[in-house]
Design a protein around this ligand. Structure first.
Ligand code: NAI
Length: 712
């Protein structure tokens, strides 16, 4: 028999304790086996009349319960509705027993308490929480396209109030111990060391006062709220949700519906309604896609970037050359994670500007939404802005972020490499220049790689770690560990034009220009991308990136793949008229100021008019297919060339790098939902557009065999 995850012990003769500790796992999750164990213990404990209380705690310090076992969810994706409803009912019935025991039940929470874990804790009569920053209480199910299904939607509004429950469940954000206390979700908060004592004190207190008996009665009935209040809450919350989800994520609205419906019922009936609602949501395409994204992110967190167990070098000091937009962002990311950073620039004024920017960024306090002097005092000593190469070269990793020009970059390397320690790593933030080309002439190419951040560094989680032909595993592992240390999600890619994300992005952006030339309206192009779920339209993206930068990147792609990269005069025409995008307040759109929304203007139409071809009849599907299918085709080439180590890297890269819609699960996950044969069929009417719309050998082979990308 396998080792048990739940152990029964007694703190005192009349106080039972169930400790949850999944053997060999870093976190506790509620698998069917764990729920069965819990049920077994309750069977015995419920019969005892000599107990004053039961405490449920975790045997893993700093983590209570991370939630349900999502791998079991994935294996149930195709299950029938009644099976899903029964799954919910089983969990609900088990947890409800915690609120019916002949003694008080108390959850002692230290660390994450999420999803199913939070539901278990809520069905206890009382909760005590540790105040450590690791304690997070929340119901994040909507982020997986679901809502709580083990009684969370019935129990939370009864304890914390309907409005609070709506906010927590439809938003999916977690709260800390103090906030839980304010909502009545925690009955006491204390340090992790004193948590057990606090739980015991609650048992003894309740044994005396028996207040929990009254709460059991109250929380089993309907919620007292007037019709008017209910209608107002429903209208405001649904308006807000629609605005946030843009209709792409059905779970928050479904959760709202169940919460409002359940309010008038007793808790049992509300649980039944919850199970019925979950049966509708579970297994939906959005649910499957979001579960996939969860596993993509989870895989990325565990990925060391290398196949073997190479130990990354310790990085205690980072150097950044080039104090422009990117260099400043990289330095700020390092300093914020308390990593001493030296930054330099050829231009003194750039260095001065950057120092100010970095300090402003790291001093910003998200909670107060203002500069925090304490933060400035803490972080300022970690930043060294200097013109001394010697100070810079003392770093363990030096990241170059000077202008995008191979010969300038090579000169910088030539100047710095000789001064660096023999084992220190040199990296480039280049967005387009092949790493192989930059490595030419280096003395230690094995210690060189690309570490490509995305703009703005503060916001974008993705970092491409690019392996050059001679880059060592230790260099890659160190770059990956460094990126993670500063809060980023690194993906290791092999060298190649545009690396991963820009290579996939350019065919999409180019096609938007081609659509324009074929007579599609600007707003239709933008709308079709946004309806697909992209955070902005491709023409707006041109303006954000800068038309000059886009032209440079386009040239790299054209040089590499002339047969399928179309060149048009749209970008040069706009640039000649001084329209470089947002930075010049005009590009495809015109901007009143740098952060304003783009507006259409006549000059644009006048400039573009003469370039337009004979207009084609283009349906909405034509637009979507022309924008997104070339991305899929390019991804097949990327896989054929082994640019990535796994198809999942393509999907996470696009979600984190350009905001590809998570509700589609990733580019190739989405492609799998269509199937290769269908994609080939969709490409057929586009064949007159030439090479860029031709199915690749890989796609044709997959269409024949029925294989999916995720089977690879
Ligand atoms: P930027 O023009 O804002 O900054 C470049 C800085 O390098 C300037 O301050 C300049 O004075 C300095 N510099 C030039 N030559 C130098 C030298 N020999 N020694 C020391 N400093 C020197 O450029 P940005 O946008 O920060 O780009 C830097 C690098 O990052 C480029 O390789 C670019 O392709 C890449 N990148 C840019 C992204 C973007 O969206 N801007 C995104 C990802 C990568």
């Amino acid at each position: 028999m396998s080792e048990s995850a739940v152990t029964l012990s007694f703190w005192e003769n009349d106080v039972a304790v169930l400790s949850i500790d999944l053997p060999g796992k870093g976190a506790n999750v509620l698998s069917t086996a764990v729920l069965d164990e819990l049920a077994g213990h309750l069977d015995a404990l419920e019969k005892r009349s000599d107990l004053a209380g039961l405490v449920i705690r975790s045997g893993k310090p700093g983590t209570f319960l991370a939630g349900a076992d999502l791998r079991e969810f994935v294996s149930s994706l195709g299950a029938a509705k009644d099976v899903i409803a029964a799954m919910c009912r089983r969990g609900q019935t088990l947890f409800q027993r915690l609120s019916r025991c002949p003694f008080v039940t108390v959850a002692a929470i230290d660390g994450v308490c999420l999803g199913g874990g939070a539901e278990l804790a809520m069905w206890c009569d009382r909760r005590v929480m540790a105040t450590s920053p690791k304690t997070q209480f929340g119901l994040p199910e909507v982020k997986l396209g679901l809502f709580p299904g083990w009684g969370g939607t019935a129990r939370l509004p009864r304890i914390a109030g309907l409005g609070n429950a709506v906010e927590m469940i439809t938003g999916g954000e977690s709260i800390a111990a103090d906030a839980a206390m304010a909502l009545g979700l925690a009955d006491d908060v204390t340090s992790a060391e004193k948590l057990d004592a606090a739980a015991l004190a609650v048992v003894r207190d309740e044994q005396q006062t028996r207040k929990y008996v009254e709460d059991r009665r109250r929380w089993s009935g309907p919620i007292s709220i007037s019709e008017t209040e209910l209608a107002f809450l429903g209208a405001t919350a649904s308006g807000f949700i629609q605005q946030q989800t843009k209709g792409h994520y059905p779970a928050p609205l479904a959760a709202l519906e169940v919460l409002l419906e359940g309010a008038a019922m007793d808790a049992d009936a509300a649980c039944e309604a919850e199970a019925a609602g979950m049966a509708e949501l579970f297994g939906s395409p959005v649910n499957a896609a979001l579960l996939n994204v969860f596993f993509l992110a989870d895989r990325n967190k565990k990925d060391t970037g290398v196949a073997n167990d190479v130990v990354p070098r310790e990085v205690k000091h980072v150097g950044v050359i080039g104090a422009g937009i990117m260099g400043s962002g990289i330095a700020a990311a390092c300093v914020r994670r308390e990593l001493p950073t030296t930054i330099t620039d050829a231009a003194a004024e750039a260095l001065a500007r950057s120092t100010k920017l970095v300090l402003e960024e790291v001093s910003y306090n998200k909670l107060t939404k203002a500069t925090d002097v304490q933060r400035t005092l803490k972080f300022a000593p970690l930043l060294n802005a200097t013109t001394s190469d010697v100070e810079l070269a003392a770093a363990d990793v030096v990241i170059e972020a000077v202008v995008e020009n191979a010969s300038v970059k090579r000169q910088v390397f030539g100047r710095i490499e000789g001064k660096m320690r023999d084992d220190a790593i040199l990296a480039s933030n280049t967005s387009t220049i092949p790493i192989a080309k930059l490595a030419e002439g280096l003395k230690r190419p094995e210690l060189f790689c690309g570490i490509h951040f995305f703009n703005p560094v503060r916001k974008m989680p993705l970092v491409e770690v690019i392996r050059g032909p001679k880059t060592s595993d230790a260099t890659i592992a160190t770059a990956v560990a460094l990126a993670k240390r500063i809060g980023k999600s690194p993906i290791v890619v092999n060298d190649g034009p545009g690396f991963l994300v820009n290579r996939l992005l350019l065919p999409y952006m180019n096609e938007a220009v081609e659509l324009l030339l074929d007579g599609a309206k600007v707003e239709h192009i933008e709308k079709s991308a946004k309806s697909f779920g992209m955070p902005m339209g491709p023409l707006t993206l041109f303006d954000v990136v800068g038309l000059d930068t886009a032209v440079n990147a386009g040239l790299v792609m054209h040089e590499a793949f002339p047969e399928r990269t179309v060149v048009s005069s749209v970008l040069p025409t706009l640039m000649k008229a001084g329209r470089l995008g947002q930075k010049s307040l005009a590009g495809f759109f015109r901007y009143k100021h740098a952060t304003a929304r783009g507006e259409r203007d006549e000059e644009f139409d006048r400039l573009i008019g003469p370039l337009l071809r004979e207009p084609k009849k283009l349906s909405r599907d034509d637009l979507t297919n022309r924008l997104f299918l070339p991305m899929v085709l390019e991804a097949t080439r990327i896989l054929e060339e082994n640019i990535v180590r796994d198809v999942r890297d393509v999907d996470l890269g696009l979600i984190y790098g350009i905001g590809f819609p998570p509700f589609k699960g990733g580019l190739l996950f989405w492609a799998d939902t269509l199937g290769a044969a269908k994609i080939v069929e969709m490409l057929q009417p586009l064949s007159s557009l030439g090479e860029r719309m031709q199915p690749t050998a890989m796609l044709l082979e997959m269409a024949k065999s029925g294989k999916r990308f995720y089977d690879r």
